[in-house]
Design a protein around this ligand. Structure first.
Ligand code: ADP
Length: 264
C-alpha cells in the first residue's frame, strides 16, 4: 500500500489551539492517491478543526502540513482549492430551486459569445453535468430538476462528482453519511470509492466505524483533540475499531459499574 512517492496530504504532529482550548494536539495522518483515510471521532474530538486546517480555513499552530511533500500554510480555502483540495461539507452549499446542472457549475459557469452577446452556455453545462455524473456511475433521471428535489444522498453524490470534474486531487468529506439511512449511506460510500478509483486521495470524516471500515485504507481515531489510534486496514479489525471508537476500556469500566448483583 505504501509507496515511495510523497503523500498528497500529510499532517505531522499538528496542533491547533483556540485561546487555551486544545482543539487538536499532536495529530498525524497521511492521504495518498487512490486511498481513503478515515478520521473517526465523537463530538468534540477535533474532526471539524482538522477539516478546517486541511481546507485552508484555519492555520495550524504547531506541527507540519505538507502537500505533495511541500510544507504549506494555507492562506484561505481558495488556496486549498488551487492546490487540488476540495471539501464537501455536510450542509452542502446549494441553491435548492436551481437545476442540478446550474448548481454543478455554480461559480464556474462557462459562457459563449462575446461582448454584449455573452451568455451562459446552458447546453454545455447540461451535457457536461450529465456526462460527469455518468462517469461516476450516477444515473440521475433529469439534470434539469431543482437540486432541492434530490435526496440527501444524491446531493452528496453530485457534490463528489463536481469535485472530481473540477480536478480535485484530494477530496475531504465531512460526515457524508451522518444524516442518511443505511441504503443511502451505501450509495454515497459507493461514490466515495468511485472517487478513490479515479485516483483521488480521500479524507472521510465519520463517527461510524462500520462505514469507515467498508471503504477505508487508513484510520485515525481522534479523542478530545488527541490522536487515540492510527491504523492501516491490515492492522485492525472492524470489531477492534468499533471497540476503540465506542470507548474501549472506558466501556468495560462502565459495564462493571452498571452490573447488577445476581438475584439471590
Ligand atoms: P468535532 O468536529 O469532532 O465535533 P471540533 O473540531 O468542532 O470537534 O472541536 C474540538 C474542540 O475544540 C472542542 O472542544 C470544541 O469546543 C473546541 N472548538 C472548536 N472550535 C472552536 C472555536 N472556534 N473556539 C473555541 N473552541 C473551539
Amino acid at each position: 500500500m505504501t509507496t515511495d512517492t510523497a503523500p498528497l496530504v500529510e499532517l505531522d504532529d499538528v496542533s491547533k489551539y483556540y485561546g487555551n482550548i486544545r482543539a487538536l494536539e499532536g495529530v498525524s495522518l497521511e492521504v495518498r492517491a487512490g486511498e481513503i483515510t478515515c478520521v473517526l471521532g465523537d463530538n468534540g474530538a477535533g474532526k471539524s478543526t482538522l477539516i478546517k486546517i486541511v481546507a485552508g480555513l484555519h492555520r495550524h499552530d504547531a506541527g507540519t502540513f505538507r502537500i505533495e511533500g511541500e510544507e504549506v500554510a494555507l492562506a484561505n480555502p481558495r488556496d486549498a482549492l488551487d492546490r487540488g483540495i476540495a471539501t464537501v461539507y455536510q450542509d452542502l452549499a446549494v441553491v435548492p430551486l436551481m437545476p442540478v446542472w446550474r448548481n454543478f457549475f455554480l461559480g464556474s459557469e462557462p459562457t459563449k459569445g462575446k461582448g454584449p452577446l455573452r451568455r451562459l452556455d446552458v447546453d454545455l453545462m447540461r451535457a457536461t453535468t450529465r456526462e460527469a455524473l455518468l462517469r461516476m456511475g450516477i444515473d440521475l433521471r433529469d439534470v434539469d430538476q431543482p437540486i432541492g428535489t434530490l435526496s440527501g444522498g444524491e446531493r452528496q453524490c453530485v457534490a463528489i462528482a463536481r469535485a472530481v470534474h473540477f480536478g480535485a486531487r484530494v477530496l475531504v468529506l465531512d460526515e457524508p453519511t451522518a444524516a442518511l439511512g443505511v441504503k443511502q449511506s451505501g450509495v454515497v460510500l459507493k461514490y466515495v470509492a468511485a472517487a478513490r478509483d479515479q485516483g483521488l486521495g480521500v479524507v472521510l470524516i465519520t463517527h461510524n466505524p462500520h462505514h469507515a471500515y467498508l471503504v477505508g485504507d487508513r484510520f485515525v481515531l481522534l479523542k478530545r483533540g488527541t490522536m487515540a489510534a492510527s491504523h492501516t486496514k491490515g492492522e485492525v479489525t472492524l470489531d477492534e475499531l468499533t471497540r476503540q471508537m465506542a470507548g474501549g476500556s472506558e466501556l468495560d469500566d462502565l459495564r462493571h459499574e452498571l452490573e447488577r448483583p445476581a438475584a439471590s
